[in-house]
Design a protein around this ligand. Structure first.
Ligand SMILES: [Zn+2]
Length: 228
């Protein structure tokens, strides 16, 4: 009786190996569901991921807060972020929050501007709002911001004449033609207010493009709050 038992054991092992081999030959399972975002599909896999959600701008730019903000990625094909306090790429993560509308407007305008000016360098973006908005004064470094409190404001550096990706510290370093094109693009996108440097010589619709001190190195973009 011993021999049949051994034969049976061997048969079971062989059957197991055959079953395993057959299993191995089965077609590979379908790839995991794609997690590509619409932006990545439109712009290629290098496009940074953005966690979109419906945001709310509460209160006013000078006295408000941001609910369910969206973070602007550190850099992308058309932009880099620049820390205005540490003077470096990228801007710190907590200084890059806005409403979904603001981030979407920035990315769309910068993409269209760069498509129209392929020779232009990537655009520098500085502060938006803090993760939940509220005060962004001098205690957060530099001059601070009176506004930038509810996710509707963003500072955008003027393109430099030498095409380098950094802040233009002085007016002669600014490429006026490209800066005007950038301002025009934001006007075209329906920006509510664009504060520009009094000495840069940029133009636009009265009441929308407004000269203001401390803006000779960047344009402050404010979009309108979404309709209630
Ligand atoms: Zn600003």
């Amino acid at each position: 009786m011993r021999r049949p038992a051994i034969a049976l054991a061997v048969l079971v092992v062989v059957a197991g190996v055959v079953a395993f081999a057959l299993h191995d030959d089965e077609p590979a399972p379908p790839p995991a569901r794609t997690t590509t975002t619409p932006q990545q599909e439109a712009n290629g896999p290098a496009w940074p991921r953005i966690a979109w959600r419906r945001s709310r701008a509460v209160g006013a730019p000078n006295d408000g807060r941001l609910v369910r903000g969206v973070q602007l990625p550190a850099e992308g094909p058309d932009w880099f972020t620049w820390d205005p306090v540490l003077e470096r790429i990228p801007n710190r993560a907590w200084r890059r929050w806005g409403t979904d509308r603001l981030v979407h407007t920035l990315l769309r305008v910068l993409r269209e501007y760069r498509a129209a000016h392929p020779e232009a360098p990537r655009v520098g973006v500085a502060d938006l709002s803090r993760p939940h908005g509220r005060g962004f004064g001098p205690r957060y470094g530099g001059l601070g911001h009176a506004s930038h409190q509810n996710g509707l404001d963003a500072d955008v550096w003027y393109p430099r004449a030498d095409r380098t990706e950094r802040r233009a510290m002085r007016v002669p370093e600014v490429d006026r033609g490209l800066s005007q094109a950038l301002v025009d693009a934001f006007v075209g996108a329906g920006a509510q207010k664009l504060y520009v440097g009094p000495d840069v010589g940029l133009r636009g619709p009265k009441g929308v493009v407004v000269p203001l001190v401390h803006h000779d190195d960047h344009v402050h973009v404010r979009i309108a709050p979404p309709p209630a």
